[in-house]
Design a protein around this ligand. Structure first.
Ligand SMILES: [Zn+2]
Length: 462
C-alpha cells in the first residue's frame, strides 16, 4: 500500500516517503485562542486527525509525531481580554479548554505535542538572531524584519506573481521596511501589552510576529526539516510562505517540510462564512444540536481539498447514516487493524490522497454486507474496525450513543408494529392511544415524524 498525497509545493500527487520511517513527523497550524472555534476551524482538525490515524496505521503508533501549536500571543487576544476585563492568561486558558473539549467531541485524537507560543519565546529569539547574522533579517526602529529579497527563491509554495505579493504586503506599509514585502519577526510591546526580552540587543521588551512562532515550534519539536506541514488553504500565503522563508534561511535547507497539505474552504449553506453577515456558526453551537460524530462524518463526506458546503441537510444525512451503522454493529467489539480485510480496504482508499468520500461510500457497502450476516458477528466486528480508522463508531460513550444503543435494543419490527397501531388509532380518532404510543417510543429515544403522504417514519433522538 503506497500513501500518495497532494503536495502544494509540487502541485502533484506524490508518493510519501518519510525522512525516517521510525519517526514520521507532521506539523499543523493550530488555533489562536481568543474565542470559540467556528466550524471552519474544525475542518483542518478533523482532516489531519484522519491523516494522523492513517500514518499511525502505516508506520506504527510509536513512530508518528504530530505537533499542532497553540497561538496564545496575538493582538486579537490582547484586545479581547481588555474588552472582557479579564487577564490574558485567563482568556487563553478558557479558550484553550473550549477548543480541547470541542475537538474531543468531534472524535479527534490529541496531537502528540501541543506547544504554546509563549513557552517558545527563547527559540524564536534564537531563530531571529540566526536570520540577522546570516543577512536575511535586520533591525529597524526596535522591530526585526525579514528581508524578502535576500531569499532568491521566495514564493515557491504560493507561486503568486511578484506584483500581487507586493500589493498584498502594501496593506501593512511601514516606513522602516527596506522592501514592501519584508515582514515582521519581532515588534516592540507598549506598556500593558505582553512583552519579553527582545533579541539582537533591542532594549524595549517586545513580542513575536505570528509566522516566527511556527518556525520555532516545529524546529524545537520536529527538527530543521520534517515530513508533512498542513493547514487551511488560506494559510498558504503569506503565513506558510513566510514560515518556509524563516526556516530555510535560518538552517540553510532546501525545504522546511517535504510535503505541504492544504484543506479547502468551508461555505455555510452556500455562502462564505462571515461574522459581520451573521453567517457564522461555532463548533459548540452545532454540538448543542448534533452529536460530534455527526459533524465529523458530515465533514469527511467531502474530499479535503474541495470546498465544502456545510448544510443542515448534510448533517441530517450523516445522522441517518450513523443511526443505521450503529444498528448494524450493535454491541460487537471492533476487529483491529492487521488481518481485518475491511479495514485494509478503507486504508487503501485513504492512502489515495485521503479519499474520505470513497472510504465512506465503501463503508456504506460494507454495512450492507455486515447487516445481512445472520450466523456470526465476524463481519460486523470487521465493519466496526474499518469505521474506526476514520474515527467513527468508536467505543467512547456519549448521550447519543447511549440512546442509539437503547434503540437497537428495541427491535425494529416492534417499532414498525407500534407505528402501524398508532396510525390505526389516529384513523379511528383514538388520539389518546396515538399519543400514548408516541410517548412510549420517545421514552426509548425514538422520535416519530408524520410525513405529508400519511406515512410515519422514525429516527433515534438526538
Ligand atoms: Zn503556522
Amino acid at each position: 500500500m503506497e500513501l500518495r498525497l497532494h503536495n502544494t509545493l509540487t502541485r502533484s500527487k506524490d508518493g510519501f516517503r518519510p525522512l525516517d520511517p521510525l519517526n514520521v513527523r507532521m506539523y499543523v497550524c493550530g488555533p489562536t485562542v481568543y474565542d470559540h472555534a467556528h466550524i471552519g476551524n474544525a475542518r483542518p482538525v478533523i482532516v489531519f486527525d484522519v491523516l494522523f490515524r492513517l500514518l499511525r496505521r502505516l508506520y506504527g503508533e510509536a513512530h508518528v509525531k504530530y505537533v499542532r501549536n497553540i497561538t496564545d500571543v496575538d493582538d486579537k487576544i490582547n484586545a479581547r481580554a481588555a474588552d472582557r476585563g479579564i487577564s490574558i492568561r485567563d482568556l487563553t486558558e478558557e479558550t484553550y479548554r473550549w477548543f480541547r473539549e470541542d475537538t474531543a467531541a468531534i472524535g479527534c485524537l490529541p496531537p502528540t505535542v501541543e506547544p504554546r507560543a509563549t513557552e517558545h519565546i527563547a527559540e524564536m529569539r534564537a531563530l531571529i538572531e540566526k536570520l540577522v547574522a546570516a543577512g536575511h533579517a535586520y533591525v529597524a526602529q526596535e522591530h526585526v524584519l525579514f528581508n524578502v529579497p535576500s531569499m532568491p527563491d521566495y514564493g515557491q509554495l504560493s507561486r503568486r506573481p511578484l506584483d500581487e505579493m507586493i500589493a498584498g504586503a502594501r496593506v501593512d506599509v511601514a516606513p522602516y521596511k527596506r522592501d514592501p514585502m519584508d515582514f515582521v519577526l519581532w515588534k516592540p510591546s507598549d506598556v500593558g501589552v505582553p512583552g519579553w526580552e527582545s533579541p539582537c540587543g533591542i532594549k524595549t521588551p517586545g513580542r513575536p510576529g505570528w509566522h516566527i512562532e511556527c518556525s520555532a515550534m516545529s524546529w524545537r519539536h520536529l527538527g530543521e526539516t520534517f515530513d508533512i506541514h498542513g493547514g487551511g488553504i488560506d494559510l498558504v500565503f503569506p503565513h506558510h510562505e513566510n514560515e518556509i522563508a524563516q526556516s530555510r534561511c535560518a538552517f540553510h535547507t532546501g525545504v522546511m517540510a517535504q510535503m505541504w497539505l492544504h484543506n479547502g474552504f468551508l461555505m455555510l449553506e452556500g455562502e462564505k462564512m462571515s461574522k459581520s453577515l451573521g453567517n457564522f456558526v461555532t463548533i459548540r453551537e452545532l454540538l448543542e444540536e448534533w452529536p460530534g460524530e455527526v459533524l465529523r462524518l458530515a465533514m469527511l463526506s467531502t474530499h479535503y481539498r474541495q470546498p465544502i458546503n456545510w448544510t443542515r441537510q448534510g448533517l441530517g444525512f450523516a445522522a441517518k447514516t450513523l443511526d443505521k451503522w450503529y444498528r448494524v454493529v450493535g454491541e460487537v467489539e471492533a476487529e483491529g487493524g492487521e488481518g481485518n480485510p475491511f479495514e485494509h480496504e478503507i486504508a487503501e482508499r485513504l492512502s489515495d490522497d485521503l479519499n474520505t468520500p470513497s472510504a465512506i461510500a465503501h463503508l456504506h457497502h460494507l454495512a450492507e454486507v455486515a447487516e445481512h450476516e445472520e450466523t456470526s458477528s465476524a463481519l460486523r466486528r470487521r465493519f466496526k474496525g474499518a469505521a474506526n480508522l476514520l474515527g467513527l463508531l468508536g467505543d467512547t460513550e456519549d448521550g447519543w450513543r447511549a440512546r442509539a444503543k437503547a434503540a437497537i435494543a428495541l427491535d425494529e419490527g416492534v417499532i414498525a408494529g407500534l407505528i402501524a397501531e398508532r396510525l390505526a388509532a389516529r384513523k379511528a380518532k383514538d388520539f389518546k392511544r396515538a399519543d400514548q404510543i408516541r410517548e412510549e417510543l420517545a421514552a426509548k429515544g425514538i422520535v416519530l415524524m408524520d410525513n405529508k403522504d400519511g406515512t410515519t417514519s422514525w429516527e433515534v433522538a438526538r
